[in-house]
Design a protein around this ligand. Structure first.
Ligand code: IMP
Length: 430
C-alpha cells in the first residue's frame, strides 16, 4: 500500500499529468486500467513535449514500471509506434508490462467504428474513430481477442473466424464495405507476437505483489467521469469504466487496496465530441477559454467545447468516485475575466436540481443556475502557495472546494511541471 487512483472529474482533458507530476518519483508503478488510444495526454519535461495516447504517463519516469492492465483495449500498431518514437528520443521503455487479458483492437474494429459513426449521421457519438467501442462490444459479447491469444495461432484463428462470421455480413450487406479476410488479420496480429511476448504477463499478480511490498501504485484513468459507460452522459460516453471502480475491475486488485482517489478538475469545463453540456459557452468568453487554454484535442486535434465550472458535476464526480482529493488545474486561464460564473445547480423545466440528473431527457433540459465571482487580473503563474494567490482567485478556489465537498489538494497555474501550488500531500493512508 498505498494504491492511489487518479480520475478525470469532468469530460476529460483535465490535465491529469499535473497530479502525476506531483506524485513524481514516489510512484513505483503507473497503471492504465481502461480505454485505449482514444486518450491523449501531453507531458512536458523541460523543453521536451511528449504526446501519449496509449502508453501510461509513467513510461517517461525513470525507475517507474508502466503497466497496461486487463481493462485496456490495445491497438498493437499504436503501441509499437509510441514505443519506437520514445526510444528514438532516448527514453528507456523496457520496463513496460502488458496484461495478457487486455483486449486487442483489431483492424476491423477501427473500420466498424468509422462506418457506424457515418451511418448514425446526426445521431453520431463523435467517437475518436480508434475502434474503442467495437473492441469493447466484442469483449462484452465474448467475441473479443486477448493478448494471450496472439501466442496460440490456432485459437487466434478460430476467434477471428468467429468474430468475422457476423461482422462480414454487417460490413458487406449493411455498410456496403468489402469483407475482411481472416488470413489478413491473423497474419497482421501474429507479426507482432514475438515482440510482444516479453512484455505480456499476468499484471494482477505483479500489482498485488507491489502493494504487498508497500510500494506506491498509481492507477491512472483514461477519459473521465462524465464519459464513463455507467455514470457518464450515456450514450455520449466512451465504452469503458473511467471512474474509480474501473481501477479495480480493470487491473485485478481489490477495492480494499485503494487508499486515495484523486479527481482532476479544470477551473472551467471542456468537452469534445457530441452530447449535452449545460455550461457550454457560445460567445467570446468561450472563445477566450478555447484560445487561452489551448483547448485542442491531443488525439484528434478537434477544438474542444468550452464552458464555466460546473459544481453539480464536481459533486457528482466526488460521489461516484469516492474522491478523497481534488487537483484543480488551469486556474491561470481564468486570469483577466471580469466575472467568473460557477454553475451551482440546474433548472430542469422549472425545477431546481442540486444533484446530477442521470435521466438523459432531464440532463438535456438542464439550464445552469449561476453564482458569479469577481475575477482577477494579477499574473498567478508564479504562485507556489495559496498565500501567493490574489484575494479574488483565493475566494474562487475556496468556493469551489466548499461546493464540491472535496478538499483541493493542489492547484495548477501553468503548463510547466513546477507551475503548481501543493496544498495537501496526495499520497496518504485511508
Ligand atoms: P470513443 O472513446 O472513441 O468511443 O469516443 C466516445 C466519446 O468519448 C467521444 O465523445 C470522444 O470525443 C470522447 N473521448 C474519448 N477519449 C477521450 C479523451 O481522452 N478525452 C476527451 N474525450 C474523449
Amino acid at each position: 500500500m498505498p494504491g492511489v487512483v487518479l480520475v478525470g472529474a469532468q469530460w476529460g482533458d483535465e490535465g491529469k499529468g499535473k497530479a502525476t507530476d506531483l506524485l513524481g518519483s514516489r510512484v513505483d508503478h503507473v497503471v492504465k486500467f481502461n480505454g485505449g488510444n482514444n486518450a491523449g495526454h501531453t507531458v512536458v519535461i523541460g523543453d521536451e513535449k511528449y504526446a501519449l495516447h496509449l502508453l501510461p504517463s509513467g513510461i517517461l519516469s525513470p525507475g517507474v514500471v508502466p503497466v497496461i492492465a486487463n481493462g485496456v483495449v490495445v491497438d498493437i500498431d499504436v503501441l509499437f509506434e509510441e514505443l519506437d518514437a520514445l526510444e528514438a528520443r532516448g527514453v528507456d521503455v523496457s520496463r513496460l508490462l502488458v496484461s495478457g487479458s487486455a483486449h486487442v483492437i483489431a483492424p476491423y474494429h477501427r473500420t466498424i467504428d468509422k462506418v457506424t459513426e457515418r451511418f448514425l449521421g446526426k445521431r453520431r457519438i463523435g467517437t475518436t474513430g480508434r475502434g474503442i467501442g467495437p473492441a469493447y462490444a466484442d469483449k462484452i459479447s465474448r467475441a473479443g481477442l486477448r493478448m494471450w491469444d496472439l501466442f496460440d495461432e490456432k485459437i487466434l484463428r478460430a476467434k477471428i473466424e468467429g468474430a468475422l462470421d457476423q461482422k462480414n455480413h454487417l460490413l458487406v450487406k449493411v455498410y456496403n464495405r468489402r469483407a475482411v479476410e481472416v488470413d489478413e488479420v491473423v497474419e497482421e496480429l501474429l507479426r507482432h507476437a514475438e515482440r510482444l511476448r516479453p512484455m505480456v504477463t499476468d499484471t494482477s499478480v505483479v500489482l498485488n505483489k507491489a502493494l504487498d511490498e508497500g510500494k506506491n501504485v498509481l492507477f491512472e484513468a483514461g477519459q473521465a467521469t462524465m464519459l464513463d459507460i455507467d455514470h457518464g452522459t450515456y450514450p455520449f460516453v466512451t465504452s469503458s469504466n473511467a471512474t474509480a471502480g474501473g481501477a479495480v475491475t480493470g487491473s485485478g486488485v481489490g477495492p480494499t487496496r485503494i487508499d486515495s482517489v484523486i479527481g482532476v478538475i479544470k477551473a472551467y469545463t471542456t468537452r469534445v465530441g457530441e452530447g449535452p453540456f449545460p455550461t457550454e459557452l457560445f460567445d467570446d468568453k468561450g472563445e477566450f477559454l478555447l484560445k487561452q487554454g489551448g483547448e485542442y484535442g491531443v488525439t484528434t486535434g478537434r477544438a474542444r467545447r468550452c464552458g464555466w465550472y460546473d459544481a453539480v458535476i464536481a459533486r457528482y464526480a466526488a460521489r461516484v468516485n469516492g474522491l478523497t482529493d481534488l487537483v484543480l488545474t488551469k486556474l491561470d486561464i481564468l486570469t483577466g475575466m471580469e466575472k467568473v460564473p460557477v454553475c451551482v445547480a440546474y433548472d430542469v423545466d422549472g425545477v431546481r436540481h442540486d444533484e446530477m440528473p442521470t435521466d438523459q431527457t432531464a440532463f438535456h433540459h438542464a439550464k445552469p443556475i449561476y453564482e458569479e465571482f469577481d475575477g482577477w487580473w494579477e499574473d498567478i503563474s508564479t504562485a507556489r502557495s495559496l498565500a501567493d494567490l490574489p484575494k479574488n482567485a483565493r475566494t474562487y478556489v475556496d468556493a469551489l472546494e466548499q461546493m464540491s465537498g472535496t478538499r483541493i489538494s493542489a492547484i495548477g497555474v501553468g503548463p510547466a511541471r513546477d507551475q503548481i501550488i501543493p496544498v495537501h500531500d496526495l499520497i496518504h493512508p485511508r
